[in-house]
Design a protein around this ligand. Structure first.
Ligand SMILES: [Zn+2]
Length: 252
């Protein structure tokens, strides 16, 4: 992969995302964020310096939750979580790849991983997803949708792995980015994952899981099914992950 610098990231983010006309407005506001104003200042500092701090960014493992026989949550109209997860994951992968990041998708099709059948199939699938991170300097980003008995619940919720302190910082970046630019009324706070979220419990690398929204909320379901909205969510995830990956936070 090519070396990524703060300068290069800023310039390429702007130019690459011009192609994503539908999310251009979201990108424009993302780049006016306080976090990225810091990037601009950093950019100016780096540009004036001979010692451009090029560094190899971590591999980004993008995990589209569920798949195949495991549809995940199902909305009242039959919409399956697994399909929305994959669409958003593919967008995140395309955006980050266009910036020069090496991305690995745990699945690119409507399949379960790891083989097996019956009750063991799900565990085999989850273990396979975690195994993708083995031996890699990487970040694990899992994409899911939520469902709750009350149809009033809404909003993105980000969980983080307790196994690496960098996970919390990455989760905070995504949660804040979504809140600031897509869901201003979202008051949710990031949460540490317990053993009930297997992939975050087992990952040893920085790892987060994003519940993008609630399929049980009719208004949010309409948005989550909309391809433009899926790209907006993907853009917020990609921008946050990219900013994290080239920051000092990603280093050990
Ligand atoms: Zn899920």
């Amino acid at each position: 992969m090519k070396k990524i610098t703060q300068t290069g990231l800023f310039i390429e983010f702007c130019s690459q995302f011009l192609a994503f006309a539908a999310v251009f407005a979201a990108v424009a506001v993302i780049f006016s964020s306080p976090a990225l104003r810091m990037t601009r200042e950093e950019t100016a500092r780096i540009a004036d310096s001979e010692a451009v701090s090029a560094k190899s960014a971590p591999v980004i493992v993008i995990d589209a939750g569920h798949g195949g026989a495991d549809g995940g949550a199902v909305a009242s109209d039959g919409t399956c979580e697994k399909d929305i997860n994959l669409n958003i994951a593919k967008n995140v992968c395309a955006m980050l790849s266009s910036l020069g990041f090496e991305c690995v998708m745990t699945r690119e099709d409507d399949v379960m991983l790891g083989g097996g059948s019956g009750g063991s199939a799900k565990m085999s699938d989850l273990k396979q997803r975690v195994a993708v991170t083995d031996g890699k300097d990487c970040v694990f980003v899992s994409i899911h949708q939520n469902k709750f008995p009350q149809d009033t619940c809404s909003g993105t919720q980000v969980y983080y792995s307790k196994n690496d302190p960098r996970s919390e910082k990455l989760a905070q970046a995504v949660q804040e980015c979504v809140r600031t630019y897509i869901q201003p009324g979202n008051t949710r706070q990031i949460k540490p994952a317990g053993s009930e979220i297997f992939v975050l419990d087992r990952c040893r690398v920085p790892a987060i899981l994003i519940e993008c929204g609630f399929l049980s909320n009719p208004a949010e379901l309409l948005k989550l099914k909309d391809e433009e909205y899926q790209r907006k969510i993907a853009c917020a995830i990609a921008a946050s992950v990219a900013s994290y990956a080239v920051s000092g936070e990603a280093g050990r």
